[in-house]
Ligand binder design. Structure first.
Ligand code: PRX
Length: 630
């Protein structure tokens, strides 16, 4: 285990990781329960297949649960706060959580799930979601959590890609005043994916459901009489742990595959050192388990460290905008980790929601998912942190498995809008347009990583070529993050945003191609292009440019049909904010859309479009500028 407690430790470990990388990660891996301890630490270079702790044997759920039985069996592992503040919360000690996971694991086994099988999970934010993930890990099945805001089509695409024959769902999901009928969405998805043989359903919300036998099985029935003792299976270090889908530059879902030992070591190392959680603290990560943040910092990081984690089912603005602050006071949360979009949403409600809340339990605040602007940072610091609590701005990705660049709470200094320094063991570089490393301390460029790290995704599930093309080809020998960044003359990094075809809306990654594919399905849309633009609350909004067969088409009707279409195809998170009907799109002679120009137009810029000499149709820019926005 590595615990960095001072700036001097930070310097020491940064140096050690550079001179003796394997020694550094060996030390980080020391406190786990290995059924066979690793002799091999890392193998392979960026650009080829990389492995970590490959010769080891272990079980991740055993490391999250059984390992703590001697000293923490009666300590609370999980507190669940429901959507409604009037409903009771639930809590589980480490011993109780272990028992729930073992019953769940035995139920999965009884229903035929085996080591290596992929299990898709599509659920509300309830404790059973965490049980199901840990149960998969216990029996060596590969969990594949799909955020329960995705459409039936997106869910089906993920089922198909993962090859899963087993899905775990909850009957519905309560989100604020809304109740989302998940079972209905799943039924639609399974019509498209008949490969699924078993759908295990947790009863959560109250709507009437139709269960299709023998496919659909209730958990409360299937688990009757099941033993509460389930031996954890041994898996090898590089056996797959989970697949998590993220957006890419084509519409096809991109399933990042994370493997067991490296992910475990990295989740624990980053959780411990970034957040500096101590005995008795309560860690609250607001992310849904359908995203990587929910995997690493709601579930695995806290449990591996023996911390107490809080899971929240609801939303920040219901029943009112004081909900987060009430939860912090009620449970005495010490560490609060959320996204800039939530901060900006709450900022818009002013200071009234803070009336009567103390927030004096807080010790550390965190931010993740997108760049945090200075104003939101200050608001968070002053009103939530009462100008006394350190903020960690943590930069990382689904692909990196855990935090890569961040302040360490109370150890290294924060700097508003900067993620600051890489964690020891992480080697970021900035590359210029010639693909050369920016040699000066201060500079700007494409953010890349120079050395492998244990938490890195190993491949795109079933598509190593796509992994190489996306991450390893742009700058040979480096991992390309897709982000741009600046570095100041003290080595602090500031992430400036995506430089590829991804738009981050309210912290959710959305690929331009998948939205365009959905828009193009409309019978009147001949071609479309979408770009991101600065949005005061969502960070970025989506602006769509449409070439229509009938340019005089009714705008209101078109917009409403397009929004329905995007919701059906992808889910409500991918809905564009606004559109323009245009006569053409700016294209290069090779037929590529020049998004750079569209981005400027979406940002309401009217001049300085840079070099347009390679455009096939430069006159189109003026026409687009005149087109109505609706
Ligand atoms: O653009 C960066 C942004 O989110 C992207 C990764 O998104 P995802 O895979 O969904 O993972 C989100 C949670 C880790 C990054 O490429 N991003 C994430 N954290 C930050 C950030 N941008 C700026 N500052 C951050 N702290």
């Amino acid at each position: 285990m590595i615990h960095i407690k001072t700036q001097a430790d930070h310097d020491k470990y940064t140096k050690m990781a550079r001179t003796d990388r394997d020694g550094f990660w060996r030390e980080a891996s020391a406190s786990f329960f290995w059924r066979k301890a690793p002799k091999l630490i890392s193998q392979g270079k960026l650009g080829e297949k990389v492995t970590w702790f490959e010769d080891s044997l272990l079980n991740l759920s055993e490391n999250c649960l059984d390992r703590h039985m001697a000293s923490k069996a009666n300590q609370t592992a999980l507190i669940w706060e429901p959507n409604s503040p009037d409903a009771p919360s639930r809590s589980f000690t480490y011993r109780e959580l272990k028992r729930e996971v073992e019953v769940f694991a035995n139920t999965l086994k009884k229903l035929g799930v085996k080591k290596g099988d992929r299990v898709v999970i599509y659920m509300a934010m309830i404790p059973e979601l965490m049980f199901s993930v840990l149960a998969c890990a216990r029996i060596g099945a590969v969990h594949c959590v799909v955020f329960a805001g995705f459409s039936a089509k997106s869910l089906s695409a993920r089922i198909e890609d993962s090859g899963a024959e087993f899905i775990i769902i909850s009957s519905g999901a309560a989100r604020g005043a809304k109740c989302i009928p998940l079972k209905g969405i799943v039924d639609d998805a399974l019509m498209m994916s008949p490969r699924v043989k078993t759908c295990l359903a947790i009863k959560h919300t109250d709507e009437a459901l139709s269960m299709k036998t023998p496919r659909d099985v209730w958990y409360h029935e299937a688990s009757i009489g099941v033993s509460d003792s389930c031996e954890a299976v041994s898996v090898s270090g590089e056996d797959p742990l989970f697949i998590l889908y993220t957006s890419g530059s084509t519409g096809k879902p991109k399933g990042l595959l994370h493997t067991t030992a490296g992910y475990m070591v990295y989740a624990e190392y980053t959780f411990r050192n970034v957040f500096q959680v101590q005995q008795g603290d309560l860690f609250w990560c607001t992310a849904d388990l359908g995203w990587i943040t929910g995997h690493t910092y709601l579930t695995y990081g806290p449990l591996l460290s023996g911390a107490t984690t809080l899971m929240f089912e609801g939303i920040p603005t219901w029943p009112d905008a004081s909900r987060f602050w009430q939860v912090i006071d009620r449970h005495q949360v010490t560490h609060f980790y959320t996204a800039p979009t939530a901060i900006r949403t709450l900022e818009a409600f002013g200071l009234t929601p803070f009336t009567g809340v103390a927030l004096d339990s807080l010790k550390v605040l965190g931010s993740v998912g997108e760049p945090i602007n200075e104003e939101a940072w200050q608001w968070y610091f002053e009103n939530v942190g009462r100008s006394r609590v350190p903020i960690v701005d943590t930069w990382w990705q689904t692909e990196t498995g855990g935090i890569m660049i961040s302040t360490l709470a109370g150890v290294t200094p924060a700097l508003p809008t900067f993620a600051t320094l890489p964690l020891p063991g992480v080697e970021p570089v900035l590359l210029n347009s010639d693909g050369k490393e920016v040699a000066t301390q201060a500079g700007e460029g494409a953010l890349c990583i120079k050395e492998p790290w244990p938490g890195m995704a190993r491949t795109v599930f079933g598509d190593w070529q796509r992994y190489q093309d996306t991450y390893l080809k742009a700058y040979p020998g480096y991992y390309f993050t897709g982000d741009g960044a600046k570095r100041d003359d003290h080595g602090n990094y500031r992430i400036t945003g995506r430089i590829d075809d991804i738009i981050i809306v309210s912290g959710h990654n959305i690929g331009t191609a998948e939205v365009e594919d959905a828009l193009d399905l409309h019978p009147s849309v001949v071609e479309s292009a979408v770009v991101g633009y600065s949005h005061p609350v969502k960070g970025q909004g989506i602006h769509g440019f449409l070439i229509c067969s009938d340019p005089s088409i009714d705008r209101d009707k078109l917009k409403s049909e397009l929004l329905t279409l995007v919701t059906r195809e992808l889910g409500p998170i991918a809905k564009p904010e606004r559109f323009q009907v245009v006569a053409g799109l700016p294209k290069t002679r090779s037929g590529k859309i020049m998004r750079r120009i569209l981005r400027k137009i979406a940002e309401a810029e009217t001049k300085d479009f840079g070099d347009v000499s390679t455009l096939l149709n430069p006159e189109i820019v003026d026409q687009i500028l005149k087109a109505e926005i609706f």
